[in-house]
Design a protein around this ligand. Structure first.
Ligand code: XIL
Length: 325
């Protein structure tokens, strides 16, 4: 009987949020994608549609059609929605040139953006990645258009502006490569501790978890989750996928991948992290297929469903883990 249950059924029963990043175009034209997204996941997040570039085609206009499509699809299927992302150094609009703004104008620009976008989805989006990837790989503050003009203070401002316009939504700091205890997660820990000490309204930290082979180590992820929780933060896995270096993939990649998914989900649940989002629905939609030269360097089948939306061993591993726990 349990075989007839979807992953979503099992996640619902267990009180866990199991999510996927969604592309509105694929949703519109591919019925298998539509069906898988609606029946297998209880949390959805637009993969690109809420980023500043896609949202703002020209200086004076917003285009909310794609973002609305994903949010409405989620609402129609009783899914929780994560918003991704308000402040990032990538995927900015082409017309946007920071040097055309004074620091004060840039602050006003960012405040308006946050107010407009968070305000529009008040009561419909449950959590926002307010700031994405503000820390560099060596743990220093990443130099971006925002930090160059506004210093570290743009982080505190961004969270406050989001809180100002929406008192209820959960506000997250999100980053990659900081899933386990390492130099970068240490730096993020210190940064968030500093901001919290100043009463900056941060509710949680998102660990992207773009895994490569058996990195990061699941036990270390659990330890990392616990220390952020001890700071008073929620922790969510926000963009999980599991790839391998080409040439270094195991001979039975699907089984090894399933085992890794199992270990991570197990470790996260044990540590009390109960939201796990995968970065796409099926392997055919994975960003790793097409992004820059990633496709040449890494294997492109990192998700729970294959190119035809058939469940992979990783799917069954996650489902079993949710049922066992
Ligand atoms: C990626 C999308 O998946 C791609 O479609 C897009 O071309 C580039 O961005 N970290 C993040 C995500 O926070 O927003 C990125 O998404 C993947 C890495």
């Amino acid at each position: 009987m349990s075989n007839e249950q979807t992953l979503r059924d099992v996640a619902d029963e267990r009180g866990v949020s199991l999510g996927a990043a969604i592309d509105p175009d694929t949703l519109r034209r591919n019925p298998s994608y539509w069906k898988t997204a609606s029946s297998e996941f209880n949390l959805l997040t637009p993969e690109n549609a809420l980023k500043m570039g896609p949202l703002r085609p020209s200086r004076h206009t917003y285009d909310f059609r794609d973002a609305d499509a994903v949010v409405e699809f989620g609402e129609n299927h009783d899914a929780t929605i994560r918003g991704h992302t308000l402040v990032w150094h990538n995927q900015k609009p082409d017309w946007f040139q920071a040097w055309e703004y004074t620091p004060e104008q840039l602050r006003a620009f960012l405040r308006d953006h946050i107010h407009t976008v968070v305000g529009r989805y008040h009561g419909r989006i449950d959590a926002w990645d307010v700031v994405n990837e503000a820390v560099a790989d060596d743990g220093s503050m990443r130099r971006t258009v925002w930090s160059d003009a506004l210093g570290e203070e743009y982080l505190a401002d961004a969270f406050r502006w989001a809180r100002e316009i929406d008192p209820d939504v959960d506000l997250y700091y999100n980053d990659y490569g900081a899933d386990e205890v390492n130099e970068k997660s240490d730096a993020i820990y210190d940064l968030l501790e500093r901001l919290l000490a100043r009463d900056v309204p941060i509710d949680g930290v998102g660990l992207q978890l773009h895994a490569l082979g058996d990195w990061p180590d699941p036990d270390s992820i659990a330890e990392n989750v616990r220390r952020f929780q001890d700071l008073g933060l929620e922790v969510e896995i926000t963009e999980m996928d599991v790839a391998y270096h080409r040439g270094e993939a195991p001979s039975n990649p699907l089984e090894v991948q399933a085992e890794y998914y199992r270990d991570v989900v197990d470790a996260c649940l044990e540590a009390g992290c109960e939201t796990i989002v995968t970065w796409g629905v099926g392997d055919g939609n994975s960003w790793l297929r097409g992004f820059k030269d990633f496709g040449e360097r890494y294997t492109g089948d990192p998700l729970l469903f294959d190119d035809r939306y058939e469940p992979k061993p990783a799917y069954h591993a996650v489902k079993d883990t949710l049922q066992d726990q």
